[in-house]
Design a protein around this ligand. Structure first.
Ligand code: SAM
Length: 261
């Protein structure tokens, strides 16, 4: 295993290639790679950045923890899916791959520059059936109804090692996270699924936000099993996933909610 700082994780983009083809190329180039318990995900070193795999859209550099929310959402062919905070598209493109480009995805991004990056990545990775909406997700029409919604919320990034978090900033963001999650539930069909994720390890951005929506009675927890053996901390709400920042894993939080009314 390489030093933490030199470890890079990536996902094979199955819309363009296969694990076998990528591994063969890496073997040819003498680049060491370690499989993980996450499908199509590998750990390697910095030298991966010098290969043509990224520019050809054959792999996507992504932290292992960041691959979990889309796997939990489990997008399927023909489903209508909303990705509420989508840029640069790591999870949108992963959802396209998981559904073999047969899901209908609406990818919303407020920042127009980041939305351009999202469009670029969708095209590079061969992701199809994605409608990009450059808009504030808080303004989404409540009458829209999706089978599944991913809210990968803007957060402090405390799970990635960011320690410079101002209290006023945090308060503003926890308010925004609550509003976004409430709107995510509005636009989910009854019986549908909302996945809420952050790359934060702070309870105020994670469990506290989820506890608030649970108290409305509109959603219930759909239990997440730690199928991929991520290093976990004990969350204050049973059934959610709290990934520890450890080895190649960044700190991450994932909650799966089912709309019940
Ligand atoms: N899901 C992305 C991925 O996997 O590549 C990462 C998303 S990042 C954590 C959060 C994104 O939400 C940022 O690109 C930010 O510009 C966007 N954002 C923040 N507030 C938003 C809002 N009100 N509506 C839509 N997008 C928003």
């Amino acid at each position: 295993m390489k030093d933490r700082d030199k470890q890079v994780s990536f996902r094979v983009n199955t819309l363009k290639t296969t694990d076998e083809q990528v591994l063969n190329k890496l073997h040819e180039w003498n680049i060491e790679v370690t499989p993980t318990s996450i499908p199509h995900a590998y750990i390697t070193g910095e030298e991966i950045r010098t290969t043509t795999l990224i520019e050809k859209g054959e792999i996507y550099l992504q932290n292992l923890s960041a691959m979990i929310p889309a796997l939990i959402l489990d997008p399927k062919s023909q489903e209508n899916i909303l990705d509420m905070c989508a840029a640069p598209g790591g999870k949108t493109t992963q959802m396209c791959a998981l559904a073999s480009n047969k899901a209908f995805i609406c990818a919303v991004e407020k920042d127009k520059f980041r939305a351009e990056r999202l469009k670029h990545n969708l095209s590079l990775l061969g992701a199809k059936n994605v409608n990009v909406l450059v808009a504030d997700a808080l303004g989404l029409d409540r009458n829209m109804k999706f089978n599944k919604v991913l809210l990968d919320a803007p957060c402090s990034g405390s799970g990635t090692g960011n320690e410079r978090i101002e209290q006023a900033w945090l308060e503003r963001h926890t308010r925004l996270q609550r509003k976004l999650l409430s709107r995510a539930i509005d636009v989910t069909k009854v019986g549908g699924i909302v996945v809420y994720s952050t790359c934060s390890v702070l309870t105020c951005e994670n469990e506290d936000v989820v506890a608030d929506v649970l108290s409305t009675g509109r959603v219930e927890i759909a239990r997440i099993d730690n199928t991929y053996n991520c290093p976990t901390a004990t969350p204050t709400i049973p059934g959610v996933l709290s990934i520890k920042r450890q080895g190649p894993y960044e700190g991450f939080f994932v909650a799966k909610l089912r709309r019940i009314k």
